[in-house]
Design a protein around this ligand. Structure first.
Ligand SMILES: Cc1cc2nc3c(=O)[nH]c(=O)nc-3n(C[C@H](O)[C@H](O)[C@H](O)COP(=O)(O)OP(=O)(O)OC[C@H]3O[C@@H](n4cnc5c(N)ncnc54)[C@H](O)[C@@H]3O)c2cc1C
Ligand SMILES: Cc1cc2nc3c(=O)[nH]c(=O)nc-3n(C[C@H](O)[C@H](O)[C@H](O)COP(=O)(O)O)c2cc1C
Length: 849
């Protein structure tokens, strides 16, 4: 995860590497804005219709449902029809629906011109009950849903919107595509600026609802376009056209024998039956019926009866239909969710309801961008070098942003441009208001947060609603795409500056693991105003030799952890101080490359040009991430292909020694991939690299983890796992100045995992550690699992005393679990405000990863 600061020597044009993502983002935005309102209307009306039957039933007690008279049963069919006709002799009856559900009204449809007319009927008395209240409303809602109340034109518009919706979904997925964990796809962010949260919810909900959206759109299209219907028919192997009504060979002019029909229906043990009287004398009487075995509410078994004898002419149970035909006949149920029962109906209700929300949130995000003056983007190169100082501001946790800011400032100064160089926490509002140009280089730490020193700074600096209309700014944001909120702090800073009416000079640059291509773009932008070369950071050099590797916990319960020592190929001076990191560029082990070549069916001995040197493919591959074979084998043009691979990035390690030790000492834990392989860098350092191997590495100062060299200031050191490395160097620095007020809390799984146990106890016995606490989480005797944070919580009084004496607290080790838990102990003790002030005071120093 550590970032390399290498800057490529060849100037690369970033636009060559631009993904089609901006195009899809543009499509997504504009299609969403244009079709969004229609989709919101279709969705909103769809949601209203989702529970139409239940709502109508609730509104129509006494019409759709009746009280069952004591001991009464549903009237026999001939009697029921006779009573209906006694009340309404014409128009003739076209259909009758009866249910066995107690209290459920029957429904009779009359053969009327135009709209089908019908009324509910009390099945116990035969009384006509009239129409259901609210039916007209739902007809209108349906008309809006399907045709926007605009007939065929409306139907064409809703159909087109469904197609546009497909394009919105596809473009939405494409713009979100990146190599990220499941959390990124499925969990919206819970904090940060409102716009960032809204954006996250908009995208993540889109992912969750993608499948139901596809279902509802593809089924909706069934009714919109012939081609779409035909596609469904072909896909389900269903013949085109409606099944023709059954034609009888012998035609009788007599009236249907209702008793015979009723007797026939009684044999069905149906719980719902609807009878359709024939339209023509040679047509059969059609009966649709359901029983408890019918798969869903809209699936019907069909029976064709000879009207005068009730002889069965055709019998077609739903489940006997070919599966494709069942799907076609279930189209409405699929669209409404009824196909999947109550769960499906609720799902479709929520899906429909979400469409207006998607439109509103998308519109809000768009308007916000427009209102926030993105349009004020001015061309950076139009800015003339000025005599007024340019602000160069950084916020950095582990030093990368700080180094880049220093290089930026040096570049400007080389062009005789006065510079005001500040860390974000030092910057005052007056300085910001007075400046006409500010360049920000900021990284993101924690979970999308500001680096420690810059915590809360945006609020105090830019949250005062004070406008900065004369300020132009540019941001280089550093981050890592493996985290959920890539460059979260850079984004927050940009939004706050835009909100303060500052003008952005060019779109914020976001560097993934200090991506050299992005740094190069930053350098080019600077060069367009102040001239000069692109930025050149010190590149890791092969200046370190792997001189010692010792397995420290062979009997331990944790992953194998090694003490690693590196010696310099040059004479060492005071090149680093306690808290520093080393960024090591690993190599792939030769065996892994050989296996990969074998699986890819490639010859490792073929020569390729890499880094200006012709070398075997197997050797060149050792510097790269090996793509999954399933992602497709490389084509024939291997020399070109090798240059498309991602180079292995440097990994950071906390240094456990001081230059006076003569070695760079590290504590490296073997990390395992989900496939059980060793992590690239930890595997390289602990298992694959031979002793004596030259390593390409770069030392890096860590501004958030500087040593406290005033012996009168007490220090509390808290570490778990390999975090002991960072603490060890800090303690050495304290011992070098004779500081004795040191309290150390160390945590691991078991005493066999307690790295450098003898060394800690020696320092304790020499009086350099006044209190040493070991916490072993997996000790069989310890009962509940205990970690360093628990020990800290228990030592409440000592902790209070230390803090009252202005102690500096160092935390090194796991960023998840340990560090937040330690922070919560501290904030419980200090209170929220006290804790914030403590963080800002620089007395809370952490090196967590
Ligand atoms: C500021 C800083 C200081 C660090 N100090 C140390 C140190 O002193 N000692 C040390 O051993 N490591 C330290 N690390 C972690 C180190 O940089 C590497 O991330 C770690 O060694 C794994 O790299 P890899 O190439 O072996 O794994 P990769 O090949 O990059 O990853 C392999 C697999 O392991 C997972 N993975 C990566 N890192 C971890 C992890 N830390 N824990 C669990 N799973 C992981 C990945 O998701 C992946 O599935 C530090 C990191 C930072 C940012
Ligand atoms: C513990 C930890 C948390 C991080 N969290 C994020 C994050 O949420 N989002 C992000 O984009 N990068 C994150 N990063 C990556 C850093 O921003 C990136 O490595 C950057 O280059 C560090 O710059 P700095 O050295 O100036 O702090 C994190 C790094 C670490 C070690």
């Amino acid at each position: 995860m550590g970032g390399s600061m290498m800057v490529s020597r060849t100037r690369l044009n970033p636009s060559l590497f631009m993904s089609p993502r901006p195009l899809f983002r543009w499509l997504h935005r504009w299609l969403g804005l244009f079709a969004g309102l229609i989709l919101a209307i279709v969705g909103g009306t769809g949601a209203i219709m989702s529970f139409q039957d239940d709502l109508l039933r609730w509104m129509n007690a006494g019409i759709m449902q009746v009280t069952v008279p004591e001991g009464a049963t549903v009237l026999p069919l001939p009697d029921l029809l006779a009573r209906i006709q006694a009340q309404k002799a014409s128009p003739p009856i076209a259909t009758l629906r009866v249910s066995t559900e107690p209290g459920e009204s029957a429904w009779v449809g009359f053969r009327a011109r135009g709209k089908p007319a019908g009324e509910f009927v009390n099945p116990y008395t035969g009384d006509l009950l009239g129409k259901a209240r609210g039916e007209a409303f739902f007809h209108t809602v349906e008309n809006v849903h399907r045709r926007l109340l605009a007939g065929n034109t409306g139907k064409a518009i809703t159909g087109a919107s469904a197609l546009v919706f497909l394009a919105i979904m596809i473009s939405g997925v494409i713009i979100r595509l990146r190599r990220a964990g499941l959390k990124y796809w499925f969990k919206p962010i819970g904090h940060g600026a409102l716009a960032a949260r809204t954006q996250s919810w908009h995208s993540v909900m889109g992912v969750w609802l993608l499948v139901p959206f596809l279902l509802v759109t593809s089924t909706g299209l069934f009714w919109s376009y012939d081609w779409s219907r035909n596609l469904w028919l072909v896909a389900t192997s269903t013949p085109k056209g409606k099944p023709a009504p059954y034609k009888m060979a012998e035609v009788s002019q007599s009236a249907p024998d209702l008793q015979a029909i009723a007797d026939r229906l009684a044999t069905l043990s149906a719980n719902r039956v609807q009878i359709f009287w024939p339209n023509k004398p040679d047509e059969a009487m059609r009966v649709l019926w359901q029983n408890s075995a019918t798969p869903h509410q809209r699936a019907f078994n069909t029976l064709q009866l000879q009207p005068t004898t009730a002889e069965i002419l055709a019998d077609q149970p739903f489940v006997s239909l070919p599966f494709g035909t069942q799907i076609i006949r279930s189209m409405f149920a699929l669209h409404s969710g009824e196909y999947f029962g109550l769960v499906g109906m609720w799902m479709m209700f929520l899906v429909s309801l979400s469409l207006p929300l998607f439109f509103i949130s998308g519109l809000w995000l768009y308007l916000r961008r427009r209102v926030r003056p993105r349009s004020k983007l001015v061309k950076f190169s139009k800015i003339t070098p000025d005599t007024a100082p340019v602000l160069v501001v950084y916020a950095s946790q582990t030093g990368t942003a700080q180094t880049l800011a220093q290089m930026t400032a040096q570049r400007l100064e080389a062009a005789a441009q006065p510079v005001l160089f500040r860390s974000l926490d030092e910057l005052t509002h007056a300085e910001l208001s007075a400046a006409s140009m500010a360049l920000f280089i900021v990284s993101t730490y924690g979970d999308g947060e500001a680096p420690d020193q810059a915590q809360g700074v945006i609020k105090s600096l830019l949250g005062k609603q004070q406008a900065l209309p004369t300020l132009s700014f540019a941001i280089l944001a550093l981050g890592d795409r493996q985290y959920r909120q890539f460059c979260g702090f850079g984004i927050e800073l940009r939004q706050s500056l835009l909100a303060a009416q500052a003008t952005e000079c060019f779109p914020m640059l976001m560097a993934d693991q200090a991506d050299p291509v992005v740094l190069d773009e930053w350098g080019s932008q600077l060069a367009s105003v102040w001239g000069g070369e692109t930025l050149t950071a010190a590149a890791p050099s092969p200046a370190w030799i792997l001189s010692k590797r010792q397995h420290l916990n062979p009997a331990g319960m944790g992953f194998p952890t090694f003490e690693i020592e590196l010696t310099a190929t040059h004479t060492m001076r005071d090149e680093w101080q306690a808290g520093a990191l080393i960024d090591i560029v690993p190599l792939q082990p030769t065996e892994r490359v050989a296996q990969w070549l074998h699986a890819a069916g490639l010859e490792g001995s073929q020569r390729v040009l890499f880094d200006g040197v012709e070398q075997p493919l197997a050797e060149a591959l050792r510097h790269h991430e090996l793509p999954a074979i399933s992602a497709g084998k490389p084509g024939h043009d291997i020399p070109t292909w090798i240059n498309t691979l991602r180079r292995l990035g440097a990994r950071s390690y906390s240094i456990a020694s001081l230059p006076t030790d003569g070695v760079v000492r590290l504590l490296v834990r073997q990390v395992q991939t989900p496939a059980g392989e060793l992590g690239i860098a930890s595997g390289w350092l602990t298992a694959h690299a031979p002793l004596g191997e030259k390593l390409t590495a770069q030392l890096r100062q860590n501004p958030s983890f500087l040593p406290m060299v005033d012996p009168t200031v007490p220090c509390l050191f808290i570490a778990n796992g390999t975090g002991m490395a960072g603490i060890r160097a800090q303690l050495e620095a304290r011992i070098a100045v004779g500081a004795k007020r040191n309290w150390v809390i160390l945590g691991e799984r078991s005493p066999q995992d307690a790295y450098w146990l003898a060394q800690w106890h020696l320092w304790e016995s020499e009086g350099f550690i006044e209190r040493l606490d070991w916490v072993f989480s997996q000790l069989p005797t310890s009962g509940a699992i205990r970690y360093v944070q628990h020990r800290l919580g228990e030592a409440h009084d000592s902790l209070k005393e230390y803090l009252e004496e202005n102690a500096v607290v160092y935390v090194c080790g796991s960023a998840t679990g340990m560090a937040p838990a330690v922070e919560s102990v501290l904030s419980n003790l200090l209170g929220t405000e006290g804790w914030q002030a403590f963080r800002r005071s620089g007395r809370y120093r952490r090196d967590v990863y």
